[in-house]
Ligand binder design. Structure first.
Ligand code: ADP
Ligand code: MG
Length: 353
């Protein structure tokens, strides 16, 4: 059974960067203002993420790494969670099957932090003979998750990994994207033992600034902001305050914020940072549609940088896609993509005059 669990876990956690993506989403969900990552050997030896978010209650630690179960569902499920990232409840469980997982966490109301180790979905002793129960320890409010020896028991997964530097660059890539999308959260990433971070963002920025910081001035100076939404807004429309309010309860309502390069920027590779409900995803349909928009504007073969954040009713996102498939589908996909493409077209044309 443990072999089956390991294989299943390897389907969700492919490599250090996919583990990190899950941990970042958890940390963002916990609502802190700082996320610090430490990496050793491309994340294969060590991947540690420290946040200053809400922490995990001591009483919940015993089921933290369980697979999706009724008890876990009622403990961890709340509506805000579903609205943001959708509920799966499998990341920590999966990691515990293919690595050494430990957690140090403290909520505001707890007087000390608690440390727990997990193996195969359950609390485990840090070393043979030691107690499996969470142990009191020193620590600040928030959570530190430590993953060591990823795929130590899954040789096939281990052998599919690339070099440590390649894995590390994938980690930085995921991190860069989340840092851009979350300009109010300070991100730091460093190699263990290294004095200076390889990535560092402030906690008080705006998206175009984080793009400049992480993708460079060449991209940032050519950015155009675009918004679009399900609300049909004419130029005469008095309601321009769309960004501030919540999505309507209407399942068909959506809105998007984008920062896209204009015709002055011509890259060989298209960069599409796509977030749907704050989750980093892929959509080949969207990619094709945007390529088509730029085809008419850029020199042949030249491609844009696009950051796009789309918020739609969580009920209309297809959550049945396998978790490893970042490719996402949603209700009214074609109509929404068309409307966004039109908005891009308009913004780029105006720019050109
Ligand atoms: P999911 O995020 O899909 O619920 P996970 O296995 O990733 O499943 O996490 C299980 C639960 O553990 C989360 O729902 C959350 O309540 C809690 N949790 C995980 N990481 C953190 C964190 N960094 N801070 C606070 N709570 C966390
Ligand atoms: Mg999660």
């Amino acid at each position: 059974e443990s072999l089956i669990n390991r294989i299943a876990a390897g389907e969700i956690i492919h490599r250090p960067a996919s583990a990190l993506k899950e941990l970042i989403e958890n940390s963002l969900d916990a609502g802190g203002s700082s996320i610090r990552i430490t990496v050793k050997d491309g994340g294969m030896k060590l991947l540690q993420i420290q946040d200053n978010g809400c922490g995990i209650r001591k009483a919940d630690l015993h089921i933290l790494a369980e697979r999706f179960t009724t008890s876990k569902l009622s403990t961890f499920m709340d509506l805000s969670h579903i609205r943001t990232y959708g509920f799966r409840g499998e990341a920590l469980a999966s990691i515990s099957h293919v690595a050494h997982l430990s957690v140090v966490t403290k909520t505001k109301s707890e007087s000390c932090a608690w440390k727990a180790c997990y193996s195969e979905g359950l609390l485990a002793a840090p070393k043979p003979g030691q107690t499996v129960e969470p142990k009191p320890t020193a620590g600040n409010d928030g959570t530190t998750i430590t993953i060591e020896d990823l795929f130590y028991n899954t040789p096939i997964r281990l052998s599919a990994l690339k070099s440590t530097s390649e894995e590390y660059s994938r980690i930085l890539d995921v991190l860069t994207k989340y840092a851009i999308h979350n300009p109010k959260v300070a991100f730091v990433c460093k190699k263990a033992g290294s004095p200076s971070p390889d990535l560092s963002t402030p906690s008080t920025s705006e998206i175009p600034n984080t793009i400049r910081l992480l993708y460079g001035h060449t991209v940032a100076k050519e950015l155009v902001s675009v918004t679009a939404s399900s609300k049909n807004r004419d130029k005469s429309d008095e309601d321009e305050s769309m960004e501030t309010d919540e999505l309507d309860d209407d399942p068909e309502s959506w809105r998007c914020e984008a920062h896209i390069t204009n015709a002055n920027y011509q890259a060989k590779k298209m960069v599409l940072l796509l977030f749907i409900n704050h989750r980093l995803v892929e959509s080949s349909r969207m990619k094709r549609a945007f390529e088509a928009v730029y085809n008419g504007i850029l020199a042949k073969g030249a491609l844009p940088f696009i950051y796009l954040s789309l918020e739609i009713d969580p009920r209309s996102v297809d959550v049945n896609v396998h978790p490893t498939k970042r490719e996402v589908h949603f209700l009214n996909e074609e109509a929404i993509i068309e409307k966004i493409s039109d908005a891009f077209q308009k913004a780029l044309t105006v720019q050109n005059h």
